[in-house]
Design a protein around this ligand. Structure first.
Ligand SMILES: [Zn+2]
Length: 94
């Protein structure tokens, strides 16, 4: 799914940022531009991910409930965490 791709990309950005900051700490010069670029693109990714989460909530206004015990479950649930029943996703958007 698109959103997990973005989240992975963000993770990569963050670990690259961590590396750069560490290199700067060790006295490496001229990394400011790269740090700045990564900070900007990470910020953009964060916005994009937040927008996608909002879209998901809009598309699925009601969270799924367990067909067996009626527990309200997270959007991504495939199985009920209370009774283990399989969740039937009646939203064919995916
Ligand atoms: Zn259940």
């Amino acid at each position: 799914m698109e959103i997990s791709k973005l989240e992975k990309e963000m993770e990569n950005n963050l670990s690259a940022l961590g590396n750069l900051v560490f290199m700067q700490h060790k006295g490496e010069e001229g990394l400011e531009e790269e740090v700045d670029r990564l900070l900007r693109s990470t910020g953009e990714l964060e916005t994009e991910i937040a927008e996608m989460h909002e879209q998901i909530v809009r598309l699925n206004p009601k969270p799924p409930t367990c067909p067996s015990c009626q527990t309200q479950l997270p959007y991504v649930a495939k199985f009920c965490y209370i009774c283990g029943a399989k969740i039937i996703n009646d939203n064919p958007a995916e």
